[in-house]
Design a protein around this ligand. Structure first.
Ligand SMILES: Cc1cc2nc3c(=O)[nH]c(=O)nc-3n(C[C@H](O)[C@H](O)[C@H](O)COP(=O)(O)OP(=O)(O)OC[C@H]3O[C@@H](n4cnc5c(N)ncnc54)[C@H](O)[C@@H]3O)c2cc1C
Length: 510
């Protein structure tokens, strides 16, 4: 890939913020190169609670701007990606010793009205002795509040942004690290290293976006040779997954004595996702892992509410991620702001640098628009804001009506088992047609890797979605890791490594 051209924008980091900025910029006609040292979404953006939410608890910290923006984004994103994003009704059991009912009602009233809500139903008070969410709870809980937020398959949101960016001309380079970059003659000269081969190349860029998440200050200091002006506070959060604790579709939001909240969310059909914790974490973000203490904290938190106790040995999977929070010197990690800060560094006649500090999954699209607006003050950027009404790949589902879409798919392909049809529709939306091609039966989907994973999906993910390893496929493009037999990972990796050729080739990209 020698003698590289000059790009308008080099984006460092393939998490939600980098991918979102690359998509927005490519859609305006800029030439964009995105480099990600690992897999897309391999860091924080696959380790979230996976909520597109206003953040009810942030109201207590008077974060009205953040909450309003975030609430508005729920329906914008729901329309753009109704396959990977869906509404949920959260149940908040009332425990009078924590927050008084009037305070919660007030919060929910704000929540209902702060961010224009058309598709999502309003909040309400319910009697747990009659509501289905009451059954699994201890007898003392009689009253609850129910409100709307949305669920998102976080790692897929990143990949779909990257895919959309690629389809609009961006070059997406996972497994490629920014080693160093310096300004020279009005351009950035950046050295990129292919992590698989160790090969390096130099690219030139008019502007550089540092969207390295929890590494943002490290990239700034160690890769770009800058003095730091802003400080980050990296805060680890962990989740556990246990066999499902309840059958109904309502996630719970539990209040803890320490003012935190812990969610228990129906997950991947057969499981319950429980999280999260908030622990200051100065270490290497790549090494973040859940501790025994956090597992115990999460079990204890839900055990105050559920009749059936959860114990550490019930945990089938866990994950930990590091929130890159802007350091507003708030005291506790729980109180640190979740809002983002964009910093433009553009000395006269020098190539521009934009640093992204913080930012939620929920606000990535607005963040990208604002990033472009900042860059437009120093670079000629054509085009107006465009992402608000644009579907993400596979999200062009009529009226954003997922149920009708799924029903049509099942009718068109009666041979597809219901569970598989549902999963393909949820993961790929209208793109499931590309995955399935001309298949007329399960036999046409190729090798069966177990647990509902067939060769056709593997090929699709490699060809279209930048997947390279078994882990990319089992834990980020899908969560099949929770469902496949133990031997699948090794078998899948052997298949991907096989020299037979065209599985991994760029030529397979349609
Ligand atoms: C426990 C937890 C729960 C959360 N829950 C929610 C939630 O429910 N809803 C919500 O909206 N938000 C949530 N968040 C916040 C959200 O996940 C993050 O704010 C968001 O994912 C950050 O995205 P990012 O792109 O900035 O960072 P990242 O996803 O970390 O991406 C940065 C990328 O940069 C790459 N990188 C770093 N250095 C280099 C280099 N030199 N060269 C190339 N690449 C490099 C890294 O590999 C990484 O992939 C949660 C966060 C945590 C930790």
């Amino acid at each position: 890939m020698g003698n590289h051209h000059t790009v308008d924008l080099l984006v460092v980091g393939g998490g939600i913020n980098g991918a979102g900025i690359a998509r927005d910029a490519a859609g305006r006609g800029l030439s964009v190169l995105l480099c990600e040292m690992g897999d897309l979404a391999s860091a924080t953006s696959s380790a979230s609670t996976k909520l597109i939410h206003g953040g009810l608890r942030y109201l207590e910290y008077y974060e009205f701007r953040l909450v309003r923006h975030a609430l508005r984004e729920r329906e914008v994103l729901l329309r753009a990606a109704p396959h990977i994003i869906w509404p949920l009704r959260f149940v908040l059991p009332h425990s009078p010793e924590q927050r008084p009912a009037w305070l919660i009602r007030l919060g929910l009233l704000l929540y209902d009205h702060l961010g224009g809500r058309r598709m999502l139903p309003a909040s309400e008070a319910v009697d747990l002795r009659r509501h289905p969410a009451g059954g699994p709870l201890k007898a003392g809980f009689r009253k609850a509040f129910v409100y709307s937020d949305c669920w998102v398959q976080d790692a897929r949101l990143v990949v779909l942004n990257a895919l959309d960016a690629a389809e609009r001309g961006a070059e997406i380079r996972p497994r490629t690290e920014l080693v160093a970059a310096r300004r020279a003659d009005g351009l950035w000269r950046a050295e990129l290293e292919d992590r698989a081969t160790g090969r390096t190349e130099t690219v030139a860029a008019r502007a550089l976006v540092n969207a390295a998440g929890p590494w943002v200050t490290q990239v700034l200091a160690e890769r770009l040779g800058h003095n730091l002006t802003k400080r980050m506070r990296n805060v680890k959060g962990s989740h556990i997954v246990v066999p499902r604790l309840f059958e109904h579709p309502y996630p719970y939001i539990f209040q803890n004595a320490d003012k935190r909240v812990v969610f228990a969310i129906p997950y991947e059909e057969r499981f319950t996702l429980i999280g999260t914790t908030d622990v200051d974490y100065p270490g290497d973000p790549a090494q973040a892992a859940i501790t025994e203490e956090e597992v115990r904290y999460l079990c204890d938190s839900v055990n105050r509410y559920f009749r059936r106790a959860v114990a550490p040995q019930d945990v089938v999977w866990s994950y930990a991620g590091v929130r890159p929070l802007f350091d507003d010197e708030a005291g506790s990690a729980t109180a640190a702001t979740r809002d983002y800060v964009l910093e433009l560094d553009a000395e006269r006649d020098a190539a521009a640098l934009l640093n992204v500090y913080g930012g939620k999954i929920t606000t990535f699209r607005k963040l990208a628009e604002q990033a472009i607006a900042k860059l437009a003050t120093v670079l000629p950027i054509p085009g107006a804001d465009w992402t608000a009404g644009a579907p993400l790949p596979g999200g062009d589902i009529a009226d954003a009506d997922f149920e009708a879409f799924l029903a049509a798919q099942r009718q068109a392909r009666p041979w597809l088992p219901a569970e598989l049809a549902y999963r393909y529709a949820r993961n790929y939306g209208t793109r499931m047609a590309r995955l399935l091609g001309a298949a007329q039966g399960l036999g046409d989907l190729g090798e069966d890797f177990g647990g509902g994973l067939y060769e056709a999906e593997v090929r699709y993910l490699v060809a279209q979605e930048f997947a390279a390893t078994a882990e990319d496929i089992l834990w980020r493009r899908t969560k099949l890791g929770l469902h496949v037999p133990a031997e699948t990972a090794a078998r899948l990796q052997r298949y991907l490594d096989a020299p037979d050729g065209d599985v991994g080739s760029e030529a397979a990209r349609a």
